[in-house]
Design a binder for this molecule. Sequence first.
Ligand code: PEP
Length: 254
Amino acid sequence: MRPKVVAGNWKMHMDLESGTQLVRDLLGQLTDIKKSRVVFCPPFPLLYPVGELLKDSEFGLGAQNLFWEEKGAFTGEVSASMLKSVGCQYVIIGHSERRKYFGETDETVNRKIHRALTEGLTPIVCVGETLVEREAGKTHEVVQRQVEGAFQGLSAEAVQNLIIAYEPVWAIGTGKNATPEQAVEVHQLIRQILNQKYGEGIGENVTIQYGGSVNEKNAESLLGQPDIDGALVGGASLKADRFAAIVRIGEQYS
Ligand code: PEP
């Protein structure tokens, strides 16, 4: 069984005081997590202070984005090695909000994944269809295009070392999660795509999270599915009790 990975994507929320307090509260509450993996993804300015708090714990630190170039005159951008230097092990790449508001494409996602892997960061690669695409029966086509585009030029070994987050866009921040059946169907599709591209069994080795309005009430039905290897949690990761409850459910099914 793949251990569950529960990651909290804080998006553009929290400041130094509230963010570090949230992590302190969670460290106090989650002393019994042994089998699953928990990752905190705060905004850039909070990475270092949160990383300092997590130093002696088993919890991981992730960024929400990076730039694909190594360094240079790219005002406002952040490199993979900078993220490494402040203690990051993970980085979210291709979140639908970045695709929608910041012009990310499958090609830029691909470049970012290559850079992250070169620097030893684990990408959490987000894919997922919009409501219009789902209603037009294009979910499989869209997810296949995103996965194939994102993974151009990656070896089977590299793919097995990253995390995919299936995040239907219509479920993000809407309070309307995908049903376990809908999520499992797409997770299985992603595994099939990887098996076809890289060889039988590769898809089964990849961690695939579900993201989209995961909360303490629906987490059990989602994380209880063997094909759902964890959750990428937005809104519910901003409250210690809610996030802790989701993490505990992940632990129970790991
Ligand atoms: C996300 O930020 O990736 C997300 C899934 O958000 P929410 O849980 O709020 O829907």
